[in-house]
Design a protein around this ligand. Sequence first.
Ligand SMILES: [Zn+2]
Length: 112
Amino acid sequence: MDEILGQVLRKAVWERLDLLSELAHRADAPSLLSVARSEIPRLTEGWRTLLAAHEPDSRDHCPECSTRWRPQKAPCSVWRSAYEHLVAGGLAPRPGRHQRPAHPVRAAAPVP
Ligand SMILES: [Zn+2]
């Protein structure tokens, strides 16, 4: 059941990102402004929540990415990705990671 829930969750997130990308490319200016005003705060809050969970501890290890046996030194992949997408990449549009073939989205199996 957890695997199915995970598939449904991931599919919903990919679809939401696809919708936002589609709107960014095709929506008229008033619609785009409306979407930007509603979605940018949600996206920034999402990043803040995600990054707070990956904030390094006193030993400079990520508490989310570390295991008891394998500590992950900061910055972890989440922080590196945030930097890449939010700072280094600026605000320039680029193909989304979900559009790369390395991460195919499988259809969710039907719930029995
Ligand atoms: Zn992390």
